[in-house]
Design a protein around this ligand. Structure first.
Ligand SMILES: Cc1cc2nc3c(=O)[nH]c(=O)nc-3n(C[C@H](O)[C@H](O)[C@H](O)COP(=O)(O)OP(=O)(O)OC[C@H]3O[C@@H](n4cnc5c(N)ncnc54)[C@H](O)[C@@H]3O)c2cc1C
Length: 481
């Protein structure tokens, strides 16, 4: 890390606003490309809300290219654990398992993919890792980078841009300062002040329930006999609208819940809240909670900014400041990491004198199209999968779902069918690897060929201009290259 100098004297090439995952990765990539930057974060700590649990295989490929994959992977959930999702009417006695959607572990996928080696799969399998762990890991990396000047507890307030650069107003714990930079990258999340200062509008898409309000409790428990009575899982979903995430396969869990309007809040009595909602349709689950780490609420939204680049092309938006994607399908941070990867090499190229203006414009054209595509998948996931089974369970009647009668079984079967149809939510190879940078000013279209097919779930390997190049495993003398 660069020695901290008084910010009021600083004139820098790039100011990165927001030290969340996208901001830290952006700063790291700039440094790796030999570019100095100032990173500014309003908090003193990295996140304590676990948020992200799923890192896609495409994002893992980018970590591979950035040379950080071993460090990140070593702090994720070990590769032999799978991504199973169990759906139940509750965990307490007398409840039913509706269905288990089993999926292979990364360890197994690695073997399967290497054996088929037909270009349809990624270099790296996906990973389970909480955002708390990921951000801490990234922070450690950026603190070692001499080209990054970090300022915690510094809040960006506003900016003005002209043809030569950007002037930002910053609040520090003791004063207000002005910082001049040639460029600003706004990685300051969904409520982005950078976006607001540039006058860029973010459009919310209409959803049936907009936004969805969640209560959550993040806690420690070693009572695996109760929590994993039906076996290990990644997600355990209770049909009344609660989902328990196994964060580390040891003792860390997060319950996310959509309680009916007017219900108690998770923060009032988090322990009773967890027991009640895990208990499901019978009595509360009687189990040991060792510690509540955090409780509160969050809202899921869906919005894409009208542009990712300011009028004078000095300010760029990346991550949630550019697109807020509901967590259904786990695409939010993954999309943000790709933004960071894209804008950093382009900006470094311009600052180093070999990149032209079209390179910067291409960031908006390429990444906004991907955000819109991903938002469409997230909207479909919410409206065609999550809401239908939640609503159906309510309409069928919770009491019916725990009846031991033939009618009860029929009710469970009908919910099982809806849930099973929605398993594509976590099988989005097409969204994750099949996006293409069409209409980019730096890519020459192939007008002589027919564009390859697209799908949310399936990735069709192709070399269409602007597509991700298919991956194949190569071997030399019995070693994977
Ligand atoms: C419950 C949940 C589960 C999720 N699961 C997944 C998943 O499995 N996979 C996935 O890909 N995504 C997931 N997401 C989405 C993911 O968490 C977000 O996409 C991600 O946090 C966005 O990162 P970001 O850096 O763009 O923004 P943020 O994480 O919001 O970070 C923004 C940073 O900017 C700072 N900041 C804000 N304003 C200012 C200011 N004025 N000055 C200085 N600093 C400022 C903030 O303090 C923060 O550190 C999930 C989200 C939730 C809520």
């Amino acid at each position: 890390m660069m020695p901290s100098q008084p910010l009021s004297d600083t004139v820098c090439d790039v100011l990165v606003v927001g030290g969340g995952p996208v901001g830290m990765f952006t700063a790291l990539r700039l440094a790796q490309l030999g570019q100095k930057c100032v990173l500014m974060e309003r908090s003193r700590h990295t996140t304590r809300h676990p948020k992200m649990a799923y890192t896609s295989h495409r994002t893992m490929e980018l970590y591979h290219r950035a040379g950080i994959i071993d460090c990140i992977r070593s702090q994720g959930v070990p590769e032999h654990y799978g991504f199973d999702e169990v759906f139940k009417t509750g965990l307490s006695e007398g409840n039913y398992t509706i269905v288990t959607l089993a999926s292979h572990s990364p360890e197994q996928l690695r073997k399967d993919w290497a054996a088929s080696n037909d270009g349809t799969k990624a270099l790296e399998p996906h990973m389970r890792q909480s955002q708390i762990v990921f951000e801490a890991c990234l922070k450690e990396m950026i603190l070692k980078e001499p080209l990054i000047q970090c300022h915690w507890e510094h809040s960006f307030e506003s900016l003005t841009e002209d043809d030569d650069g950007v002037t930002s107003q910053i609040s520090t714990p003791s004063s207000t300062i002005t910082l001049k930079s040639r460029y600003v990258i706004g990685c300051d999340g969904a409520g982005s002040k950078v976006r607001q200062s540039t006058g860029i509008v973010s459009h919310r898409k209409p959803m049936r329930v907009q936004p969805l309000n969640f209560q959550f409790v993040h806690f420690k428990s070693q009572d695996l006999a109760k929590l994993q009575a039906q076996g290990r899982f990644w997600h355990l979903v209770v049909l009344t609208g609660a989902a328990l995430i196994a964060q580390d396969e040891v003792d860390t869990w997060t319950l996310n819940c959509i309680p009916p309007p007017g219900s108690e809040s998770a923060s009032e009595d988090p322990v009773q809240f967890v027991k009640k909602h895990l208990g499901g349709l019978k009595k509360p689950l009687d189990f040991e909670i060792d510690k509540v780490l955090l409780s509160g609420q969050w809202k899921s939204g869906l919005a894409v900014a009208e542009t990712f680049i300011s009028p004078k092309q000095r300010v760029f938006l990346a991550g949630d400041s550019a697109h807020e994607l509901t967590p259904s399908g786990g695409n939010g941070l993954n999309t943000g990491m790709q933004d960071a990867f894209d804008i950093t090499w382009k900006l470094a190229a311009v600052l180093n004198g070999w990149g032209g203006q079209d390179l910067l414009t291409s960031y908006d054209k390429e990444r906004r199209a991907v955000a819109l595509l991903t938002a469409k998948a997230a909207e479909k996931a919410t409206n065609e999968v999550v809401l239908p089974w939640l609503t159906s369970a309510r309409e069928i009647g919770y009491e019916k779902l725990i009846e031991s009668s033939t009618e009860g079984q029929a009710a469970r079967d009908s919910i099982k069918e809806i849930i099973t149809l929605g398993r594509w939510i976590h099988e989005q190879d097409g969204t994750v690897m099949g996006y293409r940078y069409n209409k980019s000013p730096i890519i020459i279209a192939d007008i002589s060929a027919v564009e390859p097919p697209s799908s949310i779930t399936e990735y069709f390997p192709n070399t269409w201009p602007g597509a991700r190049a298919p991956h194949v495993f190569l071997r030399r003398q019995d070693k994977h290259l």
